[in-house]
Design a protein around this ligand. Structure first.
Ligand code: DQA
Length: 141
């Protein structure tokens, strides 16, 4: 069964604790459980790192292991050409997810390097955005 990589960038380890008025009260573990349920019968590799290079390495690993990537690059969305370049080396579907509606927030959150590669972008649906993204790619792979 094809594997879906679900990648999470900096500070998402603090989900449920950091700015709950923006990101909600559910934790990263809650999110992982939600994603596993949404993906069935597909398997997922669910990962989070605060380090840009680690995210880049995981995208490289996805080239061999994954049929699709669902990624919330978090702050790296707005800064990282390295994450964009890594995603450009991945052939399968890529969906970019943001928990918050980034376009309603500060201007620096309105630009996404990752959107230059993403096949779809979901913002503002809370954790439900991951569910929608996973169901979408599960239907493609
Ligand atoms: C985020 C939005 C980003 O602007 C922010 O840096 C994050 C999380 C979101 O899920 O809404 O860390 O990607």
């Amino acid at each position: 069964m094809p594997l879906i990589h679900v990648l999470n960038g900096p500070n998402l380890n603090l989900l449920g604790m950091r700015q709950p008025e923006i990101y909600g009260r559910e934790t990263l573990a809650d999110l992982e459980a939600l994603c596993r349920e949404a993906a069935r019968p597909h398997d997922i590799r669910f990962l989070q790192s605060n380090w840009e290079g680690q995210i880049v390495d995981w995208i490289h690993e996805a080239r061999q292991e994954a049929a699709a990537i669902v990624i919330n690059p978090a702050a790296l969305t707005h800064t990282s050409v390295a994450v964009l370049d890594a995603l450009n080396a991945f052939d399968g579907p890529v969906i970019e997810v943001h928990i918050s509606q980034v376009h309603k927030r500060e201007a620096f959150r309105h630009h996404s390097y990752v959107s230059h590669r993403a096949d779809g972008v979901i913002a503002g649906l809370g954790l439900g955005g991951y569910v929608a993204a996973i169901r979408h790619v599960a239907g493609l792979i």
